[in-house]
Design a binder for this molecule. Structure first.
Ligand code: SF4
Length: 700
């Protein structure tokens, strides 16, 4: 018998589907899609529809704070007072001795906006360091830089509703059929109902998304910039550009035009491994489109040239004038449910809250004034990979890791393990003992999970939703905001006396007043009573903003959008050689999510892709004497993985693929794709090069 029913949002990907949660008399929860929700209209993917198993099964949950007094002692249960007093005392003593830059926080795109805001206020405002970064660095930071360079601010211009208004889609470096399934379902339905809709997919793999495409450009990894420039060249030559938009609303076109004509179509075809005919066909399709949307995810972002790939793709929206109108525009697909919310509150080492710029003295002064502190440290903080480099070198002494599992998700895991062993003090704040990172913790803090706390999140289309607390957290687990505020008070900081998440949200919302992400007229009452809103919501009774830049005024100094040139058209990844002749690319599978601490608990989600396998092309398999199903050893300069081979033409020759979800806890050390991946990062976005590591393979 159902006792209670509430509306909330899925805690997995950035699509942000609405869920109705029902609770019975025994406090067991059940989920179903919310038919009234504008995003999913009642649909849920396999992950979302099984979320109740995750919420009901607390067998893996961390129930009490645990602490060890030294590395030679086991961790033991302690009270919250003992745990947070120790954390404050260790942090104070390290900061006193080595300065505020000797500590850091590593948080998550799964954190709620209020949690993200408080962690940033604590670190940047009160501890006095910008050493707070997030796992969104591994996912969205190249897109953030691309948007800032092109539009003047990190602003996704469009909505899912634009999908049904568009006729041409360029999906590049993304597999939404598996990783953003409900968004993809909308796209499928739109094409089924409108056969004139054209889908172009750019991917070295024949994914389910590529199988649905009218044109699949199976490019060589790392050559995206050359491909987009070649498409632009074809558009220009055919006269399929929007001269009026370029002249009146953009800067930098002449330099861009010079660049795209430096490489011939023939040269581009050779570099990318895609036929001239197919590049031309893609350009012609885009050029005659009345509504052109580009969609992308990790294939672009996770690269040493991630920024270059992003600006080059965004240039295609500018050259065709396909932005600021219904049914068109660039649309980055966020992997995590609240990566966007984290960016709003400045959740990265180089950002400040409400889209203020850390490098801008006036912005630092405004933020400091708002928080009532003397100043914000002007020195950019350590980014995700830099933080672990600094733990390894000893520059960073203490790290506080919340709601993320870097011991599976970061590149070059053997090095990350060494870094963690070298840390003087590690705090892990999480929900699950299944996180590999917990093994390295001196202090473990049990956090409340989905449905066990309230707060807000923002999905890929700038849509803010309210998530209610529906069930009690098990054991002594507490909401992350409570933990951070309690710690801050023990550090002696004022400004953390909040009585509820609502008060934290209100403080953040007040801070947005007058900015481009103004939500000062949006509060918990409106979110609870009226549903979700897309920012900005800058006036009383404002209904939110589905589409940005309709007036063709961009957030740059000139008000125009900017054509940016890539720093180089070369792929700066470390290229294959005789010893490591193949390119490894990593990615996700349909029914698993991140490091499987949640989806790994659900038996029915394990059937689709039960164990990690190496996808290898038949020609490469023949060359390296590997048969389908053989145990294969994959080696890079960083480590080794041993998994079975899947010999398939779905992968481009010269490229192999491994899924990234599996960690040590779930199976074995040798299943971790990130044993192999390299530590190179994009020089601007600092996003790692997960999609390009040179490897060798052999039969084990
Ligand atoms: Fe959840 Fe994403 Fe699936 Fe929607 S598409 S149900 S948000 S995992």
């Amino acid at each position: 018998m159902i006792k209670n029913e509430v509306k909330t949002t899925c805690s997995y990907c950035g699509v942000g589907c609405g869920i109705i949660v029902k609770k019975d008399a025994n406090n067991k929860v059940f989920v179903e899609g919310d038919k009234d929700h504008p995003v999913n209209k009642g649909m849920l993917c396999s992950k979302g529809m099984n979320l109740h198993y995750v919420a009901n099964d607390v067998s893996d949950r961390i129930l009490y704070p645990e602490m060890r007094w030294s590395r030679s002692h086991p961790r033991e249960r302690v009270s919250w007072d003992d745990a947070l007093d120790r954390a404050a005392s260790v942090f104070k003593s390290i900061i006193k001795k080595h300065g505020p830059d000797s500590v850091g926080f590593y948080v998550s795109g799964q954190s709620l906006t209020e949690e993200y805001y408080i962690a940033n206020k604590l670190t940047k405002g009160f501890i006095g360091t910008n050493n707070i970064d997030t796992n969104s660095r591994l996912c969205m930071s190249s897109a953030v830089v691309g948007y800032k360079k092109t539009f003047g601010e990190d602003s996704v211009p469009i909505s899912y509703a634009d999908i049904e208004l568009a006729d041409t889609f360029l999906i590049t470096g993304a597999n939404p059929a598996w990783c953003h399934p409900i968004l993809f379902r909308r796209l499928e339905k739109h094409k089924e109902e409108n056969p004139n809709v054209k889908i172009i997919v750019v991917d070295p793999r024949k994914t389910d998304t590529a199988n649905f495409a009218d044109i699949h450009l199976q490019l060589l990894p790392g050559t995206d910039v050359v491909l987009y420039n070649a498409i632009a060249r074809c558009l220009y030559k055919r006269g399929l550009i929007d001269e009026d938009f370029i002249k009146n609303h953009t800067d930098g076109f002449q330099e861009y035009k010079d660049l795209i004509f430096k490489t011939s179509l023939k040269q581009a075809s050779k570099i990318c491994g895609v036929s001239e005919k197919d590049i031309q066909k893609a350009a012609d399709t885009i050029g005659v489109s009345k509504g052109f949307i580009s969609m992308w995810a990790m294939g672009l972002n996770q690269s040493v040239v991630g920024t270059d790939k992003n600006v080059s793709l965004l240039n295609l929206s500018l050259i065709t004038g396909q932005v600021g109108k219904p049914g068109c525009g660039p649309f980055s697909l966020t992997g995590q449910p609240n990566a966007m919310g984290g960016r709003e509150v400045g959740g990265m080492a180089n950002l400040l809250a409400v889209h203020k710029d850390l490098m801008n003295e006036e912005h630092r002064r405004e933020v400091a004034q708002f928080w009532g502190v003397d100043k914000i440290n002007p020195k950019p903080g350590l980014t995700a990979t830099e933080m672990f480099d600094a733990l390894e070198s000893g520059k960073l002494k203490a790290v506080w890791i919340a709601c993320t599992n870097p011991l599976v998700s970061l590149p070059n895991l053997n090095r990350i393990e060494k870094a963690m062993e070298n840390a003087k003090f590690v705090v892990v704040q999480d929900i699950s003992h299944k996180s590999d990172t917990v093994a390295f913790a001196d202090l473990v803090l049990p956090a409340a999970g989905w449905l066990e706390k309230e707060g807000t999140m923002t999905n890929s289309e700038r849509r803010i939703s309210y998530l209610p607390k529906e069930i009690d957290a098990p054991g002594e687990a507490r909401p992350d905001v409570e933990i951070f505020c309690d710690f801050a008070k023990r550090m002696g900081f004022r400004g953390f006396n909040f009585n509820s998440s609502s008060e934290i949200y209100d403080e953040y919302a007040a801070m947005t007043k007058g900015t481009n992400i103004d939500v000062s007229y949006l509060n918990y009452d409106r979110l609870k009573n009226e549903g979700t809103f897309q920012w900005p919501v800058p006036e009383h009774r404002h209904e939110g903003t589905p589409r940005l830049f309709q007036n063709k005024k961009f957030y740059t100094a000139s008000g125009n959008a900017k054509f940016n040139l890539p720093s180089s058209i070369e792929n700066n990844s470390v290229l294959p050689n005789e010893d490591f002749p193949l390119i490894l690319t990593t990615g996700r599978v349909r029914d698993q999510w991140h490091t499987m601490t949640k989806t790994g608990k659900v038996s029915r989600l394990k059937t689709h892709y039960p164990t990690p396998v190496l996808e290898i092309h038949p020609v490469d398999a023949y060359l390296y004497k590997i048969k389908n199903g053989d145990i294969t050893e994959i080696t890079s300069e960083n480590g080794v993985v041993r998994v079975r081979a899947s010999v398939t033409e779905n992968i481009k020759k010269g490229v192999v693929f491994l899924p990234m979800h599996w960690g040590k806890q779930l199976q074995s050390n040798l299943n971790r794709a990130n044993n192999l991946t390299n530590t190179h990062v994009d020089p601007v976005s600092k996003e790692p090069d997960f999609k390009f590591t040179r490897v060798s393979v052999s039969k084990h």
